[in-house]
Write a new protein. Structure first.
Length: 135
């Protein structure tokens, strides 16, 4: 599919941002353990900028039979490139392009699980509650 690519700025100031990231439970526990998020092989980390719901499609976890999204506070490095674009299911995707991990703090966890009437949603705040929801 053709998606539009917008370069917001080539050298963003080092800023703290609150964003949403869909990923599996093991990756979330890793972020909590290390305090950082690592870019993929292309040097990119994807976030939903404004809302958590659309990011659920990227947080599938077959082991836990759920999908997850974390609300994270991230420190965007000064030399990172910020790209706004539409990706599958997430119109307001923010892609941070960097070769280095970025400092990250998990603030909240959104969980969707299958249920008899479709699905159930849960919300966990605080590291202990988030960890308990993932183990």
């Amino acid at each position: 599919a053709n998606s539009k690519l917008y370069i917001v700025n080539e050298r963003a100031m080092s800023v703290e941002e609150i964003l949403y990231h869909g990923t599996n439970g093991d990756n979330i526990l890793g972020i909590m353990r290390t305090g950082e998020m690592r870019p993929d092989a292309k040097g990119e980390i994807y976030f939903a900028q404004w809302e958590w719901g659309p990011a659920l499609m990227h947080g599938g976890d077959a082991i836990r039979n759920a999908t997850f999204v974390v609300k994270v506070r991230v420190q965007v490095p000064e030399n990172a490139v910020r790209v706004l674009r539409s990706t599958q299911g997430v119109r307001s995707t923010l892609v941070i392009q960097t070769k280095r991990p970025i400092k990250s703090e998990v603030l909240e966890l959104y969980i969707r699980r299958p249920a008899q009437d479709g699905h159930s949603l849960q919300h966990a705040t605080g590291l202990d509650a988030i960890r308990a929801a993932l183990v």
